[in-house]
Design a protein around this ligand. Structure first.
Ligand code: SF4
Ligand code: SF4
Length: 370
């Protein structure tokens, strides 16, 4: 009874209504799964029930026409059921291996007018799956870079690793367009992080009408914002002042107060992080570390960003042992050699002063020789 206990009809319907019958019948009773080939998964339940999943990439920003097309495929092959993963992959479930292979071939055949693939199948196992990412310039107010653009440009250069599984281990790429980090950049093999480098601009004349000044003050994690008064054209305005040397350009105050924008063409860009993971397999979970402190925004194709990611990925693919995640490989060879092998300069921006173990990076470890 999926609707049991609902107290209103507001919001989406209960997810239970959307589960395919095999999932409903075996809910909580799945025994194991395996990857049969790139993009095809088999899940087996304790009672022996099987379901075959075909995973395909999506374009993330989709037209209604495109979504209708996805629904038509689900109607034709999967009894009307389809799911989106947290990484924006599509998953279609079918009953037999033959049906899964037939669906894979069908999806790989679907092309846009320009000839590029609409639903490339892959994203499983020791490869790159779709990038988990945030909203970017299209939707959010604090981005330091774009999400859809950087992700599309990156996926284009790592596409072969999406459709085959030839890397030493899975490589999870994530993207967050500001430090507030709605993405998973703290725990991904490769992470693209939008960073601001300039403090907010203060719109003194509007601030008191648009913002609750105490909220803007309280929003700042470093205590850089304080109430103030400013005279403009002979008029006195209640506003805030920002102690710039304390500002870490996080944008939290802007979240509370639209009169403190901090986007800036020169100041904004991208930091690259690597070596994080959430898996417990072989080694414990690890936080990502910053390896490139700043890459400028270069829309629409972000060439410096994508070249750097490709270089890191190719070096890892060539040098790491089988089953070794990117961070495990860097730990084994030493991060100094990681920088050398990936041809990345080590700069003073990569050394921090944080004392919390969550932020330990270079200086605190006796393993780091430079
Ligand atoms: Fe907005 Fe930052 Fe989240 Fe991007 S990461 S969607 S800019 S809050
Ligand atoms: Fe404080 Fe962050 Fe605003 Fe800077 S950007 S003033 S650190 S809240």
């Amino acid at each position: 009874k999926p609707m049991e206990g609902r107290i209103s009809d507001i919001g989406p319907r209960h997810f239970g209504e959307y589960l395919p019958p095999v999932i409903k019948e075996n809910f909580g009773k799945w025994d194991y799964h395996e990857i049969l080939e790139s993009g095809i998964l088999l899940h087996v339940a304790q009672g022996g029930a099987k379901t075959y999943t075909v995973r395909a990439a999506t374009a993330r920003l989709m037209t209604v026409t495109h979504i209708r097309e996805i629904c038509e495929i689900a109607d034709k092959f999967c009894g009307g059921f389809v799911r989106f993963t947290t990484r924006n992959n599509l998953e279609f479930q079918v009953e037999t291996e033959e049906a899964a292979k037939e669906l894979k071939a069908f999806l790989n055949d679907q092309k846009f007018d320009g000839g590029s693939m609409k639903f490339p199948v892959g994203g499983t196992g020791a490869g790159v799956t779709n990038i988990v990412h945030t909203q970017g310039w299209v939707h959010c107010h604090t981005p330091a870079t774009d999400a859809s653009g950087t992700v599309k440009a990156t996926m284009d250069v790592v596409f072969d690793d999406f459709t085959d599984m030839k890397l030493p281990a899975p490589v999870r790429i994530s993207m967050a367009c500001c430090l507030n980090m709605c993405g998973a950049v703290h725990c991904s093999d490769i992470a693209i992080l939008g960073i601001h480098r300039k403090p907010p601009i203060i719109d003194h004349e509007y601030l008191d009408n648009l913002c609750e000044i105490p909220l803007a003050v309280a929003a700042c994690p470093t205590g850089a914002v304080r109430p103030s008064k400013v005279e403009v054209d002979g008029k006195t305005f209640k506003t805030v002042a920002i102690k710039e040397e304390r500002c870490m350009f996080c944008g939290n105050c802007y979240t509370m107060c639209p009169s403190l924008p901090l986007s800036d063409g020169e100041g904004d860009g991208i930091a690259l992080m690597v070596g994080g993971k959430i898996s417990n397999r072989i080694t414990k979970p690890a936080f990502s570390k910053v390896v490139v402190p700043f890459i400028p925004n270069e829309p629409p194709r972000w060439p410096t960003l994508t070249k750097t990611i490709k270089r890191i990925l190719d070096t890892y693919a060539a040098e790491a042992n089988k089953y070794e995640r990117l961070g495990d490989w860097a730990n084994r060879i030493g991060w100094e050699r990681f920088f050398e092998k990936c041809d990345l300069p080590f700069t003073e921006h990569l050394i921090d002063d944080f004392r919390d173990p969550a932020y330990y990076t270079w200086r605190q470890t006796t393993q780091f020789k430079w």
